[in-house]
Write a protein that binds this ligand. Structure first.
Ligand code: KIV
Ligand code: NA
Length: 273
């Protein structure tokens, strides 16, 4: 399995880090079989598997429930679990308690937190306690209502400088890696070159040290509209949708089940009618 050290080494050797989200046993199993370097149990599960329209309703209990399933599916892959909305903002003490619970109960190798500022001391304390932390800046979905929507971050000079500063502060706080979401590739490239820890981009161009995408987006599974930065490798909505419709149709028409799907017995042994 990878470690914080081997990810840093991958950056040094310019070997790309492939990360994918996973939310349950089959998605985790698939990611491990594909030899993904890292699985992110993202709070995007609020949208992809729970049907909320943002990550804001997601709870610690949701993350633990899904994180445990991912660990069962991918015991040998490095797993990062998101700390959900407001689970690391009320007080340092509460943040540490929530982190302990998430880390111990899911069996993950690292936790991820969004933002900088007040979050920096939480990162420091978690790392001091032995919990590797991944940072996340740029478009931080837990702050969507403050940011004013899901849009590219860091396009003007002031914002670009702020994001670079945040990235450096997160590295100084002890983070093992940092997710850059929805930032112009030029800025992501600059941040990547300034940091010694790996950058994992999503909508941040090809110069990042790694890439992360959402499992359901890659598979076009249960999602309708996809952001510009997503590449889908299969249309599961279509493929799986047709399969499910065929099953329903065949049950109604009597085409399923066939003889080969059926058990039989000696009719003489049947109770009298
Ligand atoms: O929750 C998530 O899936 C994420 C990634 C998109 C980085 O945080
Ligand atoms: Na997330």
């Amino acid at each position: 399995m990878h470690s914080t050290k081997s990810f840093r080494q991958m950056k040094e050797e310019q070997i790309k880090i492939a990360m994918i989200t996973g939310y349950d046993y089959p998605s985790a199993k698939m990611a491990q079989a594909a030899e993904a370097d890292m699985i992110l149990v993202g709070d995007s599960l609020g949208m992809t598997v729970l049907g909320y329209d943002s990550t804001i309703p997601v709870t610690i209990e949701d993350m633990i429930h899904h994180g445990k399933a991912v660990t069962r599916g991918a015991p040998d892959t490095f797993k990062v679990v998101d700390m959900p909305f407001m689970s690391y903002h009320i007080s340092l003490e509460e943040s540490l308690k929530n982190a302990r619970k998430l880390f111990q109960e899911t069996g993950a190798q690292a936790l991820k937190v969004e933002g900088s500022g007040e979050v920096l001391q939480t990162i420091e304390r978690l790392v001091a306690a032995g919990i590797p932390v991944v940072g996340h800046i740029g478009l931080t979905p837990q702050s969507v209502n403050v940011l004013g929507g899901y849009k590219v971050q860091g396009k003007d000079q002031e914002e670009a400088q702020r994001l670079l500063d945040e990235a450096e502060q997160i590295q100084s706080a002890g983070a093992m890696a940092i997710v850059l979401e929805c930032v112009p590739r030029q800025l992501a490239e600059l941040i990547t070159s300034k940091l010694t820890i790996p950058t994992i981009g999503i909508g941040a161009g090809a110069e990042c040290d790694g890439q992360v995408l959402v499992y359901h987006d890659i598979l076009k599974y249960g999602v309708e509209r996809l952001p510009k930065f997503v590449k889908s490798y299969v249309d599961s909505n279509h493929l799986l949708g047709e399969a499910v419709a065929s099953y329903v149709h065949e049950v109604k028409s009597g085409a399923f089940p066939e003889e080969k799907h059926t058990f039989t017995m000696d009719e003489g042994l049947l109770p009298k009618r």
